[in-house]
Design a protein around this ligand. Structure first.
Ligand SMILES: *Cc1c(COP(=O)(O)O)cnc(C)c1O
Length: 492
């Protein structure tokens, strides 16, 4: 399988796509075609464990990787999870939660970032790369920690994470700043997530920076969802949840289902779209936003416009205005028109705006709906579900719940099964979740954990409980214009 840049002629192997992260022209790598997963494949996967299913999906894209090695990488990755890595929990008739937060850092980013180190290390071997790899990450909170944990102490790899100094939750910040490992670095950036992402992308696309790093025997790679190596393992859980519905007799083979996905950088929901392209029976994809509802507006009008206010919300991992992975969707619905994508991305950079054609919008709307939750709507949805069925969810998932509930209200006769993707353990945002389910406000995160446990009796994950006694290792704050200096300092 070869991969193409969304912005031009570059064509690379899967290994190269993972190692490079971003194409030379600034575009994103997309598979040349979508491998078909047939009824026979699905039948075979029905009996498989989660790691086996994941390895099977990975192999369809990464055909130059060894199948046994992919399997052992997945087994190793998902052995770090508590129990089933992607359990499907029935909430109500036809409504399910796909819980993706049972991994080492309690957010769905672990689903891919526990596997990416293998894809990257093996990729370097396949490509004959001798230099050290520096994995650069811009994070809105959860990717940073998951990448640090995934790559810590990996040989020949260093990880450097940039996060918005005031744009992540206290737990997220603590998780990152206390990270252990001899190859990691964490720097806060004055600005928001979009500033971090833009600055990091700029480092990626600079030939001058690349040359400077080469002098220090270093090449760059990315652990953000711009890297196809992040997306591929995410496709697997959409298949797996469908297989679980099949094997428990809740659906019949071929029955189309809906997914509702809390969305920030458009990576998670794009993986669902890719799964559909590969043949998974998906009817609609509901794209859930918080008050930063640029995607809701875009899906309704075809106009993407970042000239708007930026809100800091209680779902910080969705506080994003420039959703990188949307570029991959645009590429598909434009008929893979790289020239047009390049122009749009230039327009976005220049004017903060671009607009789809009527045909493109129509094609997107055939699969996608957009909805959003304001802060109050999110709290209400979390509270209602907690009261009705005793299920506790985090604030990001709360946004998706609100969007799903709005859909149910509007489509009372709709019998299609809905899977709501649950992206973080509620204890990652203890004060906000506590407030939603009990109305209590506490100032301290650990007090929040204690009270939330009292209210819900849900087990507190050890990795969050432990944070209380850890000393922060990383306290640097940098100017967004000076991130490359920070990088150089780290690799020297
Ligand atoms: C990253 C994240 C999201 C958004 O996922 P994207 O792939 O960026 O759309 C949603 N919820 C949580 C908890 C996250 O960490």
């Amino acid at each position: 399988m070869k991969f193409l840049s969304t912005r031009g002629g570059e064509k690379v192997t899967g290994a190269q796509a993972v190692v490079k992260g971003l194409a030379d022209d600034g575009g994103l790598f997309v598979p040349e075609k979508f491998p078909a997963v047939t009824k026979e494949d699905m039948d075979a996967m029905l009996e498989m464990s989660y790691p086996e299913r994941a390895a099977k999906i990975l192999k369809t894209f990464f055909d130059e990787y060894d199948e046994k090695e992919l399997l052992s990488a997945c087994e190793n990755a998902y052995s770090k999870f508590e129990g089933d890595p992607a359990p499907l929990v029935r909430l109500d008739d036809g409504v399910y939660m796909l819980e993706l937060w049972h991994g080492p850092t309690c957010a769905f980013k672990d689903m891919a970032l526990t596997v990416l180190p293998h894809l990257l290390k093996k990729g370097c071997e396949i490509c004959g790369i001798k230099e050290d790899v520096l994995v650069l990450v811009a994070t809105s909170g959860d990717t940073g920690k998951a990448a640090l944990e995934g790559f810590k102490d990996a040989k020949g790899v260093k990880v450097m994470v940039f996060y918005p100094s005031e744009g992540v939750s206290k737990m997220q910040k603590l998780q990152m700043c206390t990270q252990e490992g001899n190859n990691v670095n964490v720097v806060a950036v004055r600005g928001n997530f979009d500033d971090c992402q833009t600055a990091v992308k700029k480092i990626f696309s600079s030939e001058e920076y690349a040359a400077t790093l080469k002098e220090h025997n270093t090449v760059l790679s990315s652990a953000n969802s711009i890297n196809f190596g992040r997306l591929a393992p995410q496709i697997a859980y959409y298949f797996s949840s469908y297989l679980d519905l099949l094997s428990s007799g809740q659906i019949e083979y071929g029955e189309e289902i809906d997914f509702c996905v809390p969305t920030g950088n458009f990576g998670n929901i794009l993986a669902a779209y890719y799964a559909k392209k590969m043949g998974l029976p998906v009817r609609r994809l509901h794209c859930a936003s918080n008050e930063n509802k640029i995607l809701t507006d875009f899906l309704a009008t075809g106009v993407y416009d970042v000239n708007r206010e930026f809100y800091k919300t209680t779902s910080p991992s969705m506080d994003i205005l420039v959703s990188s992975n949307l570029e991959r969707l645009l590429y598909e619905v434009s008929g893979r028109n790289a020239k047009l994508i390049k122009k749009r991305m230039e327009d976005l950079k220049k004017d903060g705006r671009y607009e789809l054609t009527a045909e493109e919008l129509k094609e997107i709307q055939e699969t996608f709906d957009g909805g959003f939750a304001d802060e109050e709507g999110c709290v209400e949805a979390m509270y209602d579900v907690f009261c009705d069925v005793g299920y506790t969810m985090d604030t990001h998932t709360g946004c998706a719940m609100k969007v799903a509930v709005d859909w149910f209200e509007k489509h009372k006769k709709d019998e299609t099964k809905m899977v709501i993707v649950s992206t973080a353990n509620p204890y990652k945002f203890p004060q906000d979740v506590l407030y939603a389910v009990t109305g209590n406000d506490v100032k301290d995160s650990f007090k929040g954990i204690k009270r939330l446990h009292a209210a819900t009796a849900m087990a507190v994950p050890k990795c969050l409980k432990e944070l209380r006694d850890k000393e922060p290792r990383f306290t640097r704050v940098a100017d967004k214009k000076k991130l490359f200096e920070e990088v150089l300092e780290f690799v020297k």
